[in-house]
Each structure stands twice: as C-alpha cells, then as structure tokens.
Design a protein around this ligand. Sequence first.
Ligand code: THU
Length: 133
Amino acid sequence: MDNSMLAKLAEAAIDAAGRAYAPYSKFRVGAALLAEDGRVFTGCNIENASYGLANCAERTAVFKGVSEGATCFTALAVAGGKEDVAMPCGACRQVLAEFLPPGAPVRCVTLDGAVVRDFTIGALLPGTFRLPV
Ligand code: THU
C-alpha cells in the first residue's frame, strides 16, 4: 500500500469525523475503508441517548461497505483524538479482522492530522476469534 493512498484515506477519515454524531461524549471519530474494488467507504461515530447503543466510526464504515456489496477491504484510516490518536476499540478490531487480512495497514491520525501512527490489523488483534471451518 503506497503512502499516498494511506494519506488520502486519512484525509477522508478526518472529513468523516466532521459528520460524527457525538453530542454525549463530544469525542469525534472518523474512518475510511478502502475496498478491494477501489471504492472508499467512510464512517463516523453515531451516539444515542441510550448510551450503550453508540456505534463506532470503524464499524459504521464496515457496515456501509458490506451492505453495498464490498466484503474485502485492503486498508483503513481512523481519525480521532487531539493530543494523540484514538485507537480502534476491541469490538471494532474483531469486526475489522473479519473483513481485512492481517497484513492490511491501519493508519490512525489525530483530528488535525498532526500525529500519524501506522499499524496492521494483525498487530492490533493477535489471536482473532474465528469459528472452526
Ligand atoms: N469510538 C469510535 O468511534 N471508535 C473507537 O474505536 C472507539 C470509540 C467512539 C464511540 C463513542 O461515540 C466515542 O468514541 C467515545 O467513546
């Protein structure tokens, strides 16, 4: 994955964070997911007055992509945090590991893009739960 594509995804994630619905936490998160066919699916966190129903930006992006017929993704960018990046939560890591290969890059950036941290799906969730086939 070339750096310019990851930079483009990071920009799309920052843009998506601007659409976050986060009136309770005030913590905005955006995500941008690159599908194998070249499409980019963005997502933001969407909170609810019933707090436990909040949906993370990463899962919004995955669910948008899968529901539009994309099931294989090759890279992800997440935008969140001010001093340091927001890392994907545990639930999102498991959902991401279902649809991205372990070597897929994950770029996490702050909302202003000043801090950039690069990971892979496999590094974020070693020992992913999988059903035996
Ligand atoms: N959040 C995400 O969108 N992604 C994560 O991986 C962690 C947390 C959101 C959920 C909630 O709206 C806010 O951040 C504070 O937890």
